[in-house]
Write a protein that binds this ligand. Structure first.
Ligand code: P6P
Length: 335
């Protein structure tokens, strides 16, 4: 720890480089590029209240310029940073139907691919609720120098090299893992740096928070209905009733549960028979972080990180959070 008692994200990445079992400088630069994009998105999100930003895509602002929604701006910002960083050859994004190929002179021999949701929960922007960026990094499996393809993106989450999220809340935080625990960094706008504020994050084994959109309860699996009822019953010995906390922004619900303990539930519903959340750029990265923090993440039938994807925007049911709480729910699902 420096005598200034502050460790920036960049210093931390350099200090921990020995833990990353792939190319040293390249991977560190890639994490740095994502940090730069996050700071820029944070600035734009914090300005979002201004009329000229949150307008609908396709409308024009007061200057008559084409209006981009904030999630499109965020997507473009990340792609721009990754393109100029030169370490990434292709990206799967919630904002684009197909693979985005990064083709620039500096990325000819790029070894990595990124799956991301550049601004998750963006429907909450207009009501000033916390939103987030989710990212995950894999080593490409096709030959360096060739055009990436779906083989690179259909790797199971257990092949992930790193995963992280940025939460744009009362403060902006970047939380990530490279498979050696989870660490959180808070943006200090005064120096424009993410500073280590939450070292070695661990989710409590048990919690008292359940995060579920109870509007879906009538179409939920029977085990989920039984579990939600169980959470709501009074029982002094097991701290029940639990508290229902659901923001409708995955990164915000996840981050609170990570810090306090809890369970996040998004099962199959009538409207979303495979669940709503996307495997590649929501469930996989958040599951990697959750497991690294000592939690559990499952579809109810299998570990999320073991699923072999078959589509870029594939959806899966997800139950993730404190080990004790997820196991309680699994017992009811298995009945
Ligand atoms: P529902 C936001 O649109 C999102 O993708 C996640 O951030 C969030 O957890 C979920 O959808 C909320 O979905 O159906 O409860 O509004």
């Amino acid at each position: 720890m420096s005598k200034f008692n502050v460790t920036t994200l960049g210093q931390f990445i350099i200090e921990r480089q020995h833990e990353i079992n792939v190319a040293k400088g390249e991977f560190s630069r890639l994490l740095r590029d994502i940090g730069i994009a996050a700071k820029t998105i944070s600035r734009e999100v914090n300005r979002a209240g201004l009329a000229d930003i949150i307008g609908e895509a396709g409308s024009s602002n007061i200057q008559g310029e084409d209006q981009k929604k904030l999630d499109v701006i965020a997507n473009d910002l990340v792609i721009d940073c990754l393109t100029r960083g030169g370490e990434v050859c292709a990206v799967a994004s919630e904002e684009d139907d197909d693979i985005i190929f990064i083709d620039s002179p500096v990325s000819k021999n790029a070894k990595y691919i990124v799956c991301m949701d550049p601004l998750d929960g963006s429907s909450n922007i207009d009501v000033n609720v916390s939103i987030g960026t989710i990212f995950s990094i894999y080593q490409r499996v096709t030959s360096v120098g060739t055009k990436a393809n779906t083989e690179d993106f259909y790797q199971p989450g257990n092949k992930m090299l790193a995963a992280g999220y940025v939460i744009y809340g009362t403060s902006t935080m970047l939380v990530y893992t490279t498979g050696n625990g989870v660490n959180g960094f808070t943006l200090d706008p005064g120096i424009g740096e993410f500073c280590l504020s939450h070292p070695d994050m661990k989710i409590p084994e048990m919690g008292k928070i359940y995060s579920y959109n109870e509007g879906n309860i009538l179409s939920a699996p029977k085990g989920v209905q039984e579990y939600i009822t169980w959470c709501q019953q009074y029982d002094k010995d097991t701290n029940r009733p639990y508290s229902a906390r659901y923001i409708g922004s995955m990164v915000a619900d996840f981050h609170r549960n990570l810090l306090k303990g809890g369970i996040f539930i998004y099962p199959a519903t009538d409207k979303a028979p495979n669940g709503k959340l996307r495997l590649l750029y929501e469930c996989n990265p958040m599951s990697f972080i959750m497991e690294q923090a000592g939690g559990v993440s499952t579809t109810g039938k299998e570990r999320i990180l073991d699923i072999v994807p078959n589509a870029l925007h594939q959806r899966v049911p997800i139950y993730m959070g404190s080990k004790g709480m997820v196991n309680q729910l699994l017992e009811l699902l298995d009945k």
